[in-house]
Design a binder for this molecule. Structure first.
Ligand SMILES: [Ca+2]
Ligand SMILES: [Ca+2]
Ligand SMILES: [Ca+2]
Length: 144
């Protein structure tokens, strides 16, 4: 059983709902994806984290996430969404999770997702979270 904390480490059981930003999902996203803790998630950091996610779900390590492996990956993301209280936090997790779906990353439409396909999706995925369009994700992008 793969840990969902590896897939989407932003949703932890210890999430503080008293977070100053008022959105626990945003706080957790920054804590886990801002690898060097400078308050900014760059495309490089997003790429590295997505690689970690990819390899944690490529169970047989053949460089491809196939349908069987996607079952577990989809389940892990669904669990993370279900754990969030309804509201902006859940909507945010949904958006982030959708960006890691097979549909979003199977660039050549052959039904599986390769490491390079998943990695190439990082920039577009980050752009969907980057609401103010400055090319990086900061806590400011989560103001709602
Ligand atoms: Ca950073
Ligand atoms: Ca595989
Ligand atoms: Ca931004």
């Amino acid at each position: 059983m793969k840990s969902t904390l590896i897939a989407l480490p932003l949703v932890l059981a210890t999430a503080s709902f008293a977070a100053a930003q008022g959105n626990p999902a945003a706080t957790k996203f920054m804590e886990n994806w801002d690898l060097n803790s400078d308050g900014v998630v760059t495309v490089e950091e997003a790429t590295e984290m997505r690689n970690n996610v990819f390899y944690s779900f490529d169970s047989d390590e053949n460089g491809v996430i196939d349908d069987e492996e996607h079952v577990m990956f989809d389940e892990a993301r669904a669990n993370d969404i279900a754990e969030m209280p309804k509201g902006p936090g859940r909507a945010l997790i949904q958006m982030i999770a959708d960006g890691m779906s097979k549909e979003a990353n199977d660039a050549n439409g052959d039904g599986t997702v390769t490491g390079p396909e998943f990695e190439a999706g990082a920039a577009n995925w980050l752009a969907t979270v980057d609401k103010n369009g400055d090319g990086v994700v900061t806590i400011a992008d989560f103001a709602m």
